[in-house]
Design a protein around this ligand. Structure first.
Ligand code: HEM
Length: 487
């Protein structure tokens, strides 16, 4: 009788799992975005579902469903999954990008928004320009290390904007964020830790046989804590000495009541550290994809360079003020992000209540993934989606801005205006003075995503070689003079 009267749940379709184990062996650990998009086609459903270890995972593969759920039902789909291993033991609790959807998150988001909304971002343009101009000089001097130089450009601009540090190449704080963010990628690559299935295990001591995870978490936590605390403490010292320059951290302190400031210390550490951690690797990945796309598509470079020569000329470097006159540069930025979004599955959201959509049940506690990659490679919206072609974003029939690159609903990336501006500056500067040439020692094939990009949550181009050929005789003096004037 009870099985007759119990309400029936129709989960979205997906691979048929094994008894007890569910879909444990179906969940893709590499290039998940492609597998989920394939399942969506195979099962003829925009939402697909798998289940393992008592957890439901629902993956949304279309713009319409993503809008309906993430934007239309924010009270259900704005939460984030909490993991004992990641947040609690490895120190990632500080990152409010992973926080539950609660009042504390609202406070972080409000403060962040005040400093990174569209009208606030122009105050950082000179710092972003400085970082990009130094990138040009590094590309001129040691072009073979171009991937490391991208990390410097993204990291140094954020260190400057957040803490007013003038970081030079090789700065240990840039390496620190790289190592700390790497721990997050490692945690996600590993998948499920036993301690997340049985949280009581967190109490066993690190020396206990089988407690490897505790030793690993302690190592990760040290790096993560350092990433949050070291730059903030250095900034605080400068602030006390009265030598700190205007920056995000300085306005937070200046705006807060001095008597409350120490109470807010943890809030400020987490707010500034998350900005730096969330903004650096994503920007590095996008800049790397830009370089790869250019190396593979000389005809696109010529198309953009024709515009740059016409608008900027060869006597000066581009500036933020040139943006309205450079639609091809902006189209290239959009296409880079669409072609290979740095976070192809955004970040996992969590359903806060049972929900029913199109007759399918999405149970409370489900992990809900917005498959941005699938949405951006949907051939109903983007013709020939695998092809890198910025021309799709200009002219009267321009395709829509690929906004899901920046995630979904209330958790959408609040740093996107800042990110788009530094990417504009990087593309405009690099293509003004260099032609990027492919070094043909690889068997990379255009359109082969798996051959070109790394397989995990934050996906970068796999290492590749390219050369940076100055486009005209005045490049060297233009670049060196600009870099000097930025010191
Ligand atoms: C190309 C560069 C970037 C990309 C592709 C990107 C993408 C994303 C994505 C997909 C999310 C998660 C959204 C979701 O879960 O639905 C996110 C969150 C976030 N991003 Fe970005 N991002 C970029 C740059 C930046 C920058 C430069 C900053 C800081 C200045 C930043 C700050 C943040 C923060 C604070 C969050 C957490 C928001 C929240 O949980 O409420 N991002 N970003």
């Amino acid at each position: 009788v009870s099985s007759w009267t119990r309400p029936r749940h129709y989960y979205p379709p997906g691979p048929k799992g094994l008894p007890l184990l569910g879909n444990m062996f179906d969940i893709p650990m590499r290039y998940g975005w492609e597998t989920f998009a394939n399942w969506s086609r195979l099962y003829g459903s925009e939402i697909v579902h798998v289940q393992a270890l008592g957890k439901h995972i629902c993956v949304i593969n279309s713009a319409k469903v993503a809008k309906d759920l993430f934007d239309g039902r924010p009270h259900i789909y704005s939460d984030k999954e909490q993991s004992v291993m990641t947040q609690e033991l490895s120190g990632w609790k500080r990152a409010w990008a992973l926080s539950p959807y609660d009042d504390e998150w609202r406070e972080y988001r409000k403060l962040f928004h005040q400093h990174f909304r569209p009208s606030a971002v122009p105050q950082y343009h000179h710092k972003q320009t400085k970082a990009v101009r130094r990138l040009l000089q590094l590309l001129l001097d040691t072009p073979e290390n171009f991937l490391a130089h991208l990390r410097y450009a993204a990291g140094s601009s954020l260190l400057d904007v957040v803490y007013s540090f003038d970081a030079l190449p090789g700065d240990s704080r840039i390496t620190l964020v790289e190592k700390a963010v790497h721990t997050f990628a490692r945690l996600l690559e590993t998948g499920v830790y036993l301690v997340d299935v049985a949280p009581i295990l967190k109490h066993i001591p690190a020396w206990f046989p089988g407690a490897n995870f505790k030793r690993q978490a302690a190592e990760y936590k040290q790096l993560v804590d350092d990433m949050f605390k070291v730059p903030y403490q250095q900034f605080k010292d400068a602030w006390r000495r009265g030598t700190a320059q205007p920056c995000f951290a300085a306005s937070l302190l200046a705006d807060s009541d001095p008597y409350d400031a120490s109470e807010h210390e943890e809030l400020f550490i987490n707010l500034t550290g998350t900005t730096y951690a969330a903004g650096s690797d994503t920007t590095v990945a996008a800049m790397g994809t830009f370089m790869l796309a250019m190396a593979l598509h000389p005809e696109v470079q010529r198309w953009v360079q024709e515009e740059l020569d016409r608008v900027v000329g060869r006597e000066r470097l581009p500036e933020m003020a040139d943006q309205p006159a450079l639609p091809r540069v902006m189209a290239t930025v959009h296409e880079v992000l669409r072609w290979h979004p740095p976070l192809p599955l955004a970040t996992p959201h969590r359903a806060m209540a049972d929900d029913v959509y199109a007759g399918f049940t999405i149970p409370a506690g489900s992990i809900v993934l917005g498959n941005s990659w699938a949405i951006l490679h949907d051939d109903k919206t983007y013709t020939n989606p695998q092809t890198f072609d910025p021309r799709r974003f200009v002219g009267p029939n321009a395709q829509p801005f690929p906004e899901v690159v920046f995630g979904h609903g209330r958790r959408e990336c609040p740093g996107r205006h800042f990110a788009l501006d530094i990417l504009f500056l990087a593309v405009a500067h690099v293509l003004s003075v260099f032609t990027i040439e492919r070094v043909d020692n690889s068997d990379r094939v255009i359109g082969d995503t798996q051959g070109l990009f790394t397989p995990h949550v934050l996906s970068y181009p796999k290492p590749f070689e390219a050369s940076f050929v100055p486009r005209f005789s005045g490049v060297e003096s233009l670049v060196r003079t600009a870099a000097l004037s930025e010191i």
